[in-house]
Design a protein around this ligand. Structure first.
Ligand code: NDP
Ligand code: MG
Length: 380
């Protein structure tokens, strides 16, 4: 079992749940990182005594220094700090729970340092999945998915011998807060409506992605990269109850599913204990109390982001980083009340068409594609 961890993005939804799990285990913390939430980071430093704490800016780092003068924790800031946190000698595992493309460089650094990655930051695999997986193989770094669907597939695959035996990966999707609405109704939804997810409490960006179904599009790409299958082998089914976390269908027609209480602490714990399993930290699933389990096809017409993501997945190259960068920027604008709900799709598909396509991009070309996509969205 892992005995020392660093958590990138410790003040966020996944970060806080990771620390909750860590607090129940004999696991030390090497480094914690956050954006600007100094008050929570100071509390976390007191509780977990990391060697290093990293904030996004110098101002936030200075404010944190003032708060934790009496602790032995070193404080630094910015990208350099994130890289340091990702590669601390003591840590065997790095949980990547920062949001967005920001996670790419520290994840690569942690992989090159041979760490186990508890991967929550899906944008990393969407933008540079081929590169990340190749580096993980080269440096022998394990990538254990924290995203609930991918953790479910990981668990289903434990019982399947060979990749050629996989017929389909089936990702389940709650459908988000706007399930059942048509295009016309979706034109009138607000930010407050989008931020009300029926089953999960998450950070704002991923909650909006769940409302547009872009989150499921990102997860299709994440699954392709993690399990090295083409997009045609990844299906999505709407499953409103979020009890079946995903499934694998084998060539002989057997379907393996992983079910559980919808609580992110379960996949987080497994990322730390794998290949062992330890006691359940949350209420166990009571199937007799669960509602009937239903499965339907997603409405690709009302939620065009999912279809767009599948197209980008098929195109490969810079299509995925462009889509992701444009989406990050458009969601930030939506959260800032600058654009409406459907503008997110319009801007992202506009960027995918406008930014020049490169088939086999280097890391630099991926970063440039991301930059151009964001510039396109901001210029509209
Ligand atoms: P949150 O928004 O809740 O947390 C994001 C974290 O990143 C916070 O610690 C935040 O710090 C930090 N951060 C934000 N901006 C910066 C910056 N510029 N520099 C350094 N750190 C920064 O996100 P979530 O926890 O919801 O999601 C994290 C990742 O996990 C995402 O990639 C998401 O897709 C994925 N994921 C999340 C799930 C969930 O249930 N939440 C489920 C599956 C995947 P601060 O608090 O100071 O702003
Ligand atoms: Mg998920």
């Amino acid at each position: 079992m892992i005995n020392c961890v660093s958590v990138l993005g410790s003040t966020g939804s996944i970060g806080r749940q990771s620390l909750d799990i860590i607090s129940r285990m004999p696991v030390k913390v090497a480094a914690l990182t956050a954006g600007n939430n100094v008050a929570l980071m100071a509390q976390q430093c007191r509780a977990f005594q990391p060697k290093l704490a990293v904030m996004a800016t110098r101002e936030a780092a200075e404010a944190l220094c003032d708060e934790i003068k009496d602790l032995p924790t070193s404080v630094c800031w910015g990208e350099e700090g994130l890289m340091q946190a990702a590669t601390m000698d003591d840590a065997q595992c790095v949980i990547t729970a920062v949001v967005g493309m920001l996670g790419l460089k520290p994840t690569l650094a942690a992989i090159r340092a041979g760490k186990r990655i508890g991967l929550a930051n899906k944008e990393t695999l969407v933008c540079a999945g081929e590169l990340v997986m190749a580096e993980a193989e080269k440096y022998g770094a394990e990538i254990i998915p924290v995203d609930s669907e991918h953790s479910a597939i990981f668990q289903c695959l434990m019982g399947i011998g060979q990749k050629k035996e996989i017929h389909k990966l089936i990702l389940t999707c709650s459908g988000g807060p706007f399930y059942g609405m048509d295009k016309e109704q979706l034109k009138h939804v607000t930010k407050a409506d989008a931020l009300k997810h029926p089953n999960w409490k998450m950070g704002a960006k991923i909650t909006v992605d769940c409302a547009t179904l872009m989150n499921k599009g990102l997860e299709v790409i994440e699954a392709m990269r993690l399990y090295r299958v083409p997009v045609e082998q990844v299906d999505v089914l709407i499953h409103r109850q979020s009890i079946v976390h995903s499934m694998v269908e084998t060539v002989d027609g057997a379907v393996m599913a992983q079910l559980g209480t919808p609580d992110m602490r379960l996949p987080i714990q497994l990322a730390l204990t794998y290949p062992e399993r330890t006691a359940c930290p949350v209420d166990r699933l009571d199937l007799t109390a669960a509602a009937a389990l239903t499965f339907t096809k997603p409405d690709m017409d009302a939620f065009p982001c999912l279809a767009l993501a599948r197209q980008c997945a098929k195109a490969g190259g810079t299509a995925c980083p462009v889509m992701n960068g444009a989406n990050e920027e458009a969601v930030a604008m939506f959260l800032n009340d600058e654009i409406g709900f459907y503008d997110i799709f319009e801007l992202v598909s506009g960027a995918v068409n406008a930014v020049p396509f490169i088939q086999n991009p280097t890391l630099e070309e991926i970063l440039e594609a991301d930059r151009l996509a964001r510039e396109f969205v901001r210029s509209r």
